[in-house]
Design a binder for this molecule. Structure first.
Ligand SMILES: [Zn+2]
Length: 87
């Protein structure tokens, strides 16, 4: 069995362990609904990716929730062009 030849000092140990932490995920805004999404991935909230619907999210929801979500997605869509106009 390999045996350590020399003792590693505390600063060396701390340098090694300085990189052991949970990285915060990089999130971008979904252009369709405005929810935070991982980049280059399908939005789980509205089912859109690159402007096309790939998953029908509404199919599994109940009618009440469908209405609610449709409203949220619609509102996000309506509010986005206003922001662009201001710039
Ligand atoms: Zn979305």
């Amino acid at each position: 069995m390999a045996v350590p030849k020399q003792r590693h000092n505390s600063s060396r140990k701390n340098r090694r362990r300085g990189n052991i932490f949970i990285k915060t995920p990089v999130l971008v805004k979904c252009p369709k609904c405005g929810k935070p999404v991982l980049p280059h991935t399908l939005c789980g909230y509205c089912g859109y990716y690159k402007g096309t619907e790939l998953v029908n999210v509404m199919a599994k929801l109940e009618k009440k929730e469908q209405k609610k979500r449709q409203k949220e997605i619609g509102e996000a869509k309506a509010s986005e062009p206003k922001k662009e106009e201001k710039k």
